[in-house]
Write a new protein. Structure first.
Length: 160
């Protein structure tokens, strides 16, 4: 694809890459480099029962591959953010849980995410935000129609 700055697809990819890089560098500046995949921490904290989940459950929840989960969990376990504990219902299997250090990382990461999100939408009116939301929902529907899987955590409830 040509790098034409008036091309919508190019702009979309550029925004995505810039957002990713800025988030990563900001986390690093705040000493949060050990959180190689912060969404794993956030998912454990807010979206799981008793803050425990298997690697498969984490991958399905946030839409990342099992190898990505395994590598990230291993790194974050080494950094003291997570630990593996025997599953109380099935001692043959381990579940991932947060440590106290992991909990403090979540609070710091969440603050950084909020600040970046606020900055990205600076100057957008409520109407523009609603329009953009509808466009993203349509793009998500299009991806689903093409066969892409929506991460479990992002599935919309029937009431919305």
């Amino acid at each position: 694809m040509e790098c034409d700055q008036n091309n919508l697809e190019w702009l979309f990819r550029t925004f995505d890459r810039m957002h990713h890089n800025y988030l990563k560098s900001t986390l690093e500046k705040h000493g949060l480099r050990e959180a190689t995949h912060p969404h794993i921490l956030v998912t454990l904290r807010y979206k799981t029962k008793d803050m425990k989940a298997s690697q498969k459950e984490l991958g399905d929840a946030i839409g990342i591959s099992p190898p990505t989960v395994a590598i990230s969990v291993k790194r974050m376990e080494k950094a003291g953010l997570l630990c593996k504990v025997p599953d109380e219902r099935d001692l043959r299997r381990n579940v991932i849980t947060l440590t106290k250090k992991g909990m403090s990382y979540i609070e710091e990461c969440s603050g950084i995410f909020d600040k970046i999100d606020k900055g990205v939408f600076e100057g957008f009116s409520e109407l523009e935000r609603e329009q953009l939301k509808r466009f993203y929902l349509r793009m998500i529907e299009n991806l689903e129609a093409m066969g892409a899987r929506l991460p479990i955590l992002l599935k919309r409830s029937e009431q919305e």
